[in-house]
Write a protein that binds this ligand. Structure first.
Ligand code: PAF
Length: 302
């Protein structure tokens, strides 16, 4: 496994790979790898000749006052995990290499980025401009055939799909299911911040989404959202948002019809901002097929 530190090194690699009949899979990360990342790395390894992982805590996607300096980092450990997952190249630049003095460009996806995590009372649309700018730079430099993202960041996945389509990147975006701890908590690098008490309380987030899915089958969307919110409140958690949207457009869902509904939540538990979501399939729920976790874990989408 080779570690690349500068855009010039990435460009040289891409030139070399272009001369060979190989497919390239990219797993973009901010490091502090967990099993969720591993599932992306495994898929990339199985499906491509060459696997590139980016490891960059992107400063422009953090809001002032957010946890940039405290964001968990352990490059040595990440490199070891990447090596054992069969990664061929790590791109781990310093911020100055990505954003040199004079850098003035911004890639922005409108609309989709102004709701949920992009709403002013959450992280603000600037967060997604940071994400789409760095992702556009990575796709441009690495030019992967496929890039792998996790469903936990459902809004990010929708925004990146839009970016890829609008700017005609040739990369195929693959979204893989959220990987969970045994008690249901979605794996996230931020879980490392949680005290044992907060960690325990945070399990209410996934439980509230399951509660929503169950109540949807019995009573419809609005009562289901209320049930989910109540479940969180009973655990002493006030969500920043707990909303139902259509996954492709992020328009508010009305629960009528058979389109899948994304119920997404963001909540701060003891100072740590956590997000999670569930995809409810109305046809399945209304057929009385029940709502076990496996039934709603999003399938792999391309
Ligand atoms: O999901 C993440 O880890 C980041 O937002 C990403 C896609 C690597 C961009 O910095």
């Amino acid at each position: 496994m080779k570690v690349l530190r500068t855009p010039a090194e990435v460009h040289a690699l891409r030139e070399e790979l272009r001369r060979q009949p190989v497919t390239v899979g990219l797993v973009p990360t901010m490091g502090y790898l967990h099993e969720g990342h591993n599932s992306l790395l495994r898929a990339a390894r199985e499906e491509n000749d060459v696997v590139v992982m980016s490891l960059f805590v992107n400063p422009t996607q953090f809001r002032a006052g957010e946890d940039l300096s405290a964001y968990p980092r352990d490059e040595e450990r990440d490199l070891a995990i990447a090596r054992s997952s069969g990664v061929d190249y790590i791109y781990a630049p310093e911020p100055d290499a990505v954003y040199p003095s004079g850098f003035a460009s911004r890639v922005e996806v409108e609309g989709l980025t102004e709701v949920l995590c992009g709403a002013e009372q959450s992280r603000g649309a600037g967060h997604f401009a940071g994400v789409t700018t760095i992702v556009a730079k990575l796709l441009n430099a690495i030019d992967p055939d496929v890039a792998y993202l996790g469903q936990k960041d459902a809004q990010q996945a929708t925004v990146i799909r839009r970016l890829v389509e609008d700017l005609e990147f040739r990369t195929k975006i693959v979204i893989l299911p959220t990987v969970r701890e045994r008690d249901g908590l979605a794996m996230s690098s931020r879980n490392a911040y949680l005290s044992p008490e907060a960690r325990e309380r945070a399990t209410a987030i996934w439980a509230s989404l399951l509660e929503t899915e169950k109540a949807f089958a019995e009573a419809g969307l609005e009562p289901a959202l209320e049930a989910g919110r109540r479940h969180l409140e009973e655990a002493g958690i006030t969500p920043e948002y707990f909303e139902a949207r259509y996954p492709g457009t992020l328009d508010p869902a009305d629960g009528i019809g058979s389109d899948p509904i994304l119920v997404a939540v963001s909540a701060t538990v003891d100072g740590t901002r956590l997000i999670d979501n569930i995809l409810i399939e109305p046809s399945r729920s209304l057929n009385g097929a029940g709502a076990p976790q496996a039934a709603t874990t999003p399938r792999r989408t391309r």
